[in-house]
Design a protein around this ligand. Structure first.
Ligand SMILES: [Mg+2]
Length: 239
């Protein structure tokens, strides 16, 4: 084992040992939600739906080209906050996510890690920008929902509360009576890191490739793993 690896493991051990409560982002660390159902296509369809209603001016060229459903949703919310249009668009995205959940690809080692962490007495929550209905459907299909219930905090129609806003993390901490410093957030995007930083919660990045790792590190994340396997090993080692 190199000194660098040893140092990484030590950092990981420190993060994990301190965490009484673990807040998970959903899409990325737990599963790849849109693996069989393209998020690009969902974003394009949301834009086409707006266009079919004569509302193409609500989304800029850049937002359209982001191919990210959340960017489209947020853009419309900024221009028509709290409107029926936003509510309808949000519901359309939820329906697409529910369809995607049926073909989501579990992240390697996520299921056993969730079970192990629960077994050693840590409390788990979900803090996601996806619909909580989708999270419940997926976790139920994997037999994991009881590891999180009732602490599943996701997108509401208050879209300005989406991460990087720390709202869903704060909801989880308040409901669980946990101090931010006694928690750990696991996420795969800069917005997860920024939300954790705003909430004062230590952060562990999960990056399935070098591109995602670079984005997390550039945002300021200092602990990033490319697999959840070492996280589970650390927990088993200390159990
Ligand atoms: Mg994610």
């Amino acid at each position: 084992m190199t000194a660098e690896t040893e140092n990484e493991i030590e950092k990981l051990r420190e993060l994990i040992t301190r965490a009484r409560v673990v807040l998970w982002d959903f899409d990325g660390p737990i599963c790849s939600l849109f693996s069989g159902h393209s998020a690009d296509r969902v974003a394009t369809e949301l834009v086409e739906w707006l266009e079919s209603r004569g509302l193409h001016g609500l989304v800029t060229e850049d937002e359209r080209e982001s191919l990210d459903p959340h960017v489209v949703l947020r853009a419309v919310d900024r221009r028509h906050p709290g409107s029926d249009l936003v509510a309808e668009l949000e519901e359309r995205l939820t329906q697409e996510e529910l369809r995607a959940a049926a073909s989501a690809m579990p992240t390697a080692y996520a299921d056993p890690l969730i079970r192990t962490w629960t077994a050693v007495g840590s409390r788990l929550a979900i803090a996601t920008n996806n619909s909580p209905r989708v999270v419940r459907k997926y976790l139920t299909s994997r037999g994991l929902v009881s590891c999180f219930t009732p602490h599943i905090y996701g997108r509401t129609q208050d879209l300005h509360h989406l991460k990087p806003d720390p709202h869903c993390l704060n909801r989880a901490l308040n409901a669980m009576g946990a101090a931010p410093s006694a928690a750990l957030m696991i996420g795969d995007t800069p917005s997860d890191f920024l939300a954790a930083r705003s909430a004062g919660v230590p952060f562990l990045g999960y990056a399935r490739n070098k591109r995602k790792e670079k984005l997390l590190r550039e945002a300021g994340a200092t602990s990033v793993v490319n697999s959840l396997a070492p996280v589970r090993s650390v927990i088993l080692g200390q159990a």
